[in-house]
Design a protein around this ligand. Structure first.
Ligand code: F0G
Length: 463
């Protein structure tokens, strides 16, 4: 049954021209980029769904804020405005600006992790896993089993498997678990939300073993919207109160503000107890890596835009439209029998490439193969969230097999229209119709040792 498109709660004031290459031009471009979507120029992509991160459209209020930005090195008014917004929305005492999410990870993780330590998460995103490993520790994923089956339409498939988490704590020893990370929404599992009930249970186990709980909060507003939609007791609770309650269960958060906070650059690191010794260490690390603690790598104008974006991102009309766009695209895929991580999550449609190309093994990267086909078909840039992204075992160097082979169509906020969504659906439908013609996947001909998917060079396997 067709899903209706949710109309935009805004109109367009400024536009950007995009060009569409021919199919043969696109085939040349992707070959020249060594079949790595990150190697393409942005201008060669008609619809750029590589990420929803930093690709959002700012509002007139945010652009006006850019002019108001206070560029004082220390104690800028824009910093105090950002601090006040952060305290108000999240209820944490200490709010540290940083230039993006991974900067928060770089500042925080070495303070709690080191050699011989472990971090447990409902699922680490790639940069977060990398920072755990760079700190000398090991990252353990612990998502609920339902997440691993894309066709199971269970709510809150981003949840931590709490029983399994407690088992891991006992197996590795509570004193060796440096932190638990609750990623909301759970990006790698398909933008799937975490329920308030799961927040409560994870927090209770962390308290029992005195393990700090860090919220990886890039998509906290979308997560709150899902709690309101799908968790009965929150049906009538304002989004802001839901967010407050989510954060009340954590001790600290690392946040890429380039997603739900609707800016092009920015991040935050929050600590519930402003007076804790951890805050002093965070400030010291921040001064070394990011900049003085009242700007943390951001200009005054960026902090001003972020302080405004934090509120725009939790507006319920906006969130209804935002999730509505995803539901519209998912509905079109349902009608065409195209499998994806379902129900659709918050920031993208994660197409099940294993179902699209069942004959291509994980070692030939089916999700990367589908991303390349989407680009050739319609100039749509997406990315692999599967074995290609997961990489090699840091101890043995062997290619790991991911739980999923997803091709992610990540949707920038306030950027694309209904017609663009129709093009996305139609491109996938025509690839599915000809999926038998794609017989083999890709092999890597060169890769760097860490976060290889950004830079690796690939070639198609013939035959
Ligand atoms: N945590 C999560 C859950 C993320 O999705 C990301 C980034 C980060 C941390 C790191 O933040 O990019 O600001 O340094 N995800 C982007 C993506 C890049 O495309 O999903 P960052």
């Amino acid at each position: 049954m067709a899903v209706k498109y949710t109309p935009e709660p805004f109109r367009i004031k400024s536009v950007e021209r995009i060009k569409m290459l021919t199919r043969s031009e696109r085939e040349q471009k992707i070959a020249a980029a060594n079949y790595n979507l990150f190697g393409l120029r942005g201008e060669d992509c008609y619809i750029d769904l590589l990420t929803d991160s930093g690709t959002n459209a700012m509002s007139v209020e945010q652009w006006a804020g850019v002019m108001r930005g206070d560029e004082a090195y220390a104690g800028a008014t824009s910093y105090y405005k950002l601090e006040a917004a952060g305290r108000d929305i999240f209820g944490y005492g200490y709010i540290q600006p940083v230039h993006q999410g991974r900067a928060a990870e770089k500042v925080l993780m070495p303070l709690l992790l080191g050699k011989g330590k472990y971090a447990i998460s409902n699922m680490f995103f790639d940069t977060t896993r990398a920072h755990v490993e760079l700190a000398g520790a090991r990252a353990l994923d612990c998502v609920v089993a339902a997440a691993k089956n894309p066709s199971v339409r269970a709510p809150f498939k981003g949840n931590m498997d709490v029983a399994q988490m407690e088992k891991l704590i006992n197996e590795y020893g509570a004193e060796n678990i440096g932190m638990v990370v609750l990623t909301v929404t759970n990006n790698s599992a398909g933008g799937q939300p975490v329920s308030m009930q799961n927040f409560r249970e994870v927090s209770a186990v962390c308290k029992k073993y005195s393990i700090p709980l860090n919220i990886d909060a890039a998509r906290y507003a979308e997560n709150a919207f899902f709690i309101k939609r799908d968790e009965k007791e929150f049906q009538n609770t304002p989004i802001k109160e839901i967010i407050r309650q989510m954060f009340s269960y954590g001790d600290m958060f690392t946040m890429s503000a380039k997603k739900d906070s609707i800016v092009n650059m920015g991040g935050l690191l929050g600590v519930k107890e402003a007076e804790s010794p951890l805050v002093l260490k965070i400030k010291a690390n921040c001064i070394s890596y990011e900049g003085f603690y009242t700007y943390g790598g951001l200009s005054g104008r960026e902090m001003e835009a972020l302080a405004i974006g934090l509120y725009e991102g939790i507006d319920e009309d906006f969130l209804r439209y935002r999730i509505g766009q995803l539901e519209y695209l998912a509905g079109r895929l349902d009608d065409a029998g195209i499998a994806y991580q379902s129900p659709v999550g918050g920031h993208g449609v994660f197409v099940d490439a294993k179902a699209m190309f069942p004959h291509i093994p994980y070692s030939e990267f089916p999700a990367q193969a589908l991303a390349i086909e989407l680009y050739k078909e319609a100039g749509i840039r997406s990315c692999d969230i599967g074995s290609y992204m997961l990489g090699n075992d840091p101890d043995t160097g062997a290619q790991l097999e991911a739980d999923f082979e997803f091709t992610r169509l990540a949707i920038p906020r306030r950027v694309y229209t209904q017609a663009h969504f129709d093009i996305m659906a139609e491109a996938l439908i025509s690839i599915k119709a000809a999926s038998g013609k794609i017989k083999r996947g890709y092999r890597i001909v060169w890769e760097p040792p860490i976060l290889r998917h950004f830079q690796a060079r690939l070639e198609p396997i013939s035959g």
